[in-house]
Design a protein around this ligand. Structure first.
Ligand code: ATP
Ligand code: SF4
Ligand code: MG
Length: 349
């Protein structure tokens, strides 16, 4: 059985606040360079119980760093993580206990598996470390192999090099489920697979989510796949979150200019609607020296003076949708912003 739902369904499974990770850069022999890569630069979001939260953004925007921070695979410079109401790595939820409940599946199916362990032993390893008997751990490993579509009598004794990429990724998913986690972070977990195998593994993930009551954080560069999998989507740009919204609303009416540009890069299936114009000009700027104000301003066709001067906060624009853009903030000084509400004293009788 999975761990108990401590705070009830309305309490987010994971709450992330003020998360920061800067990687220091080495100086060269002449003392030049140094500085820091602002890989994750003050992000806040919730993962709700039972949802799939998709994460999108160009290469280098901080998706994997965020995932590794959530898993405590690397230490954050700042920030608070709360898992079902309890501080992660605090007195009530020590790291070992948290790690049982949160698991991660990576892109590289081969590197994630120990070449000297059979599939059965790979899956049974973590439960044994956490105190399960060998017999119980192996029985669960075989059960999980069957659940991910790999007949135990054929696959339990095989080694990683004896499997295809898709089969290995099924084993990695089984291994992630061996400790009965509540949260599974999938970082480009299907990106290396052929399209037909990818579709099978995506559907397997959806089935397992239903069966085990899982919550997913789903990172992918493939926007169509994110749309298919996610209940909500978070858009990152240069180490920050620029928009979060319900998947269908965000894909049909993106509010942030970066989200709009990113989504218009999805190739349309309709040849009449295909565009030759690149939606996003230039490479993303350097995360070592990010632009002032709104980090997207050098590439944004709506940029105005205020955009280079001040950084917009993530604010609600509609039910369930938050956006960081001055165009959506009344009285921000951006010409497209709504007019600020009249002040109360003028309206009073
Ligand atoms: N260990 C590290 N040391 C220094 N810089 C790092 C390290 N890990 C990541 N970075 C930098 O941090 C930034 C964010 O990297 P990250 O891997 O989180 O991006 P990503 O969004 O996952 O990209 P991709 O889509 O290519 O996987 C990048 O500029 C990257 O070069
Ligand atoms: S704040 Fe300004 S630069 Fe940034 S996305 Fe909005 S309009 Fe563009
Ligand atoms: Mg990555």
């Amino acid at each position: 059985m999975s761990a108990v739902d401590v705070g009830g369904p309305a309490q987010p499974l994971l709450t992330v606040r003020g998360l920061v990770k800067h990687f220091p850069l080495k100086k060269d022999v002449l003392g030049r360079g140094g500085g820091v890569v602002r890989a994750v630069d003050g992000i806040a979001f919730d993962i709700r119980k039972g949802e799939t939260l998709g994460v999108v953004g160009e290469s280098g925007c901080g998706k994997s760093t965020t995932a590794r921070l959530l898993m405590h695979l690397i230490a954050a410079d700042r920030g608070d993580l709360t898992f079902d109401g309890e501080t992660v790595a605090g007195a009530a939820l020590p790291l070992k206990q948290f790690r049982r409940q949160a698991q991660m599946v990576f892109q590289d199916s081969y590197a994630s598996l120990n070449p000297r362990l059979t599939m059965e032993d790979s899956i049974a390893f973590a439960p044994q470390v956490h105190g399960a008997s060998r017999q119980a751990a192996v029985a669960r490993a075989r059960d999980l192999l069957a659940r991910v579509g790999l007949e135990p009598s054929r696959f339990a004794g095989r080694y990683p090099h004896e499997l295809s990429g898709g089969q290995r990724q099924r084993v990695n998913i089984a291994r992630a489920l061996a400790l009965q986690p509540r949260l599974v972070i999938l970082d480009e977990a299907v990106s290396a697979l052929d399209k037909s195998v990818e579709a099978q593994v995506l559907n397997l993930l959806l089935d397992l989510k239903q069966e085990f009551g899982l919550t997913y954080l789903f990172i992918s560069h493939d926007l169509n796949v994110v749309r298919y999998m996610s209940d909500r989507v978070m858009v990152m740009y240069l180490g920050q979150v620029v928009e979060i919204g319900a998947s269908e609303a965000l894909f049909s009416e993106p509010a942030h200019p970066y989200t709009r540009a990113l989504l218009s890069s999805i190739p349309s299936l309709d040849p009449d609607r295909r565009t030759e114009q690149p939606p996003l000009a230039g490479d993303p700027p350097d995360p070592i020296n990010p632009p002032s104000g709104c980090r997207f301003h050098p590439r944004c066709k709506h940029a105005e003076v205020v955009c280079a001067q001040r950084s917009p906060a993530l604010l609600p624009v509609a039910a369930g949708q938050v956006v960081a853009c001055w165009m959506h903030v009344a009285g921000s000084g951006h010409s497209a912003a709504p007019v600020a509400a009249a002040c109360g004293s003028e309206l009073s009788p």
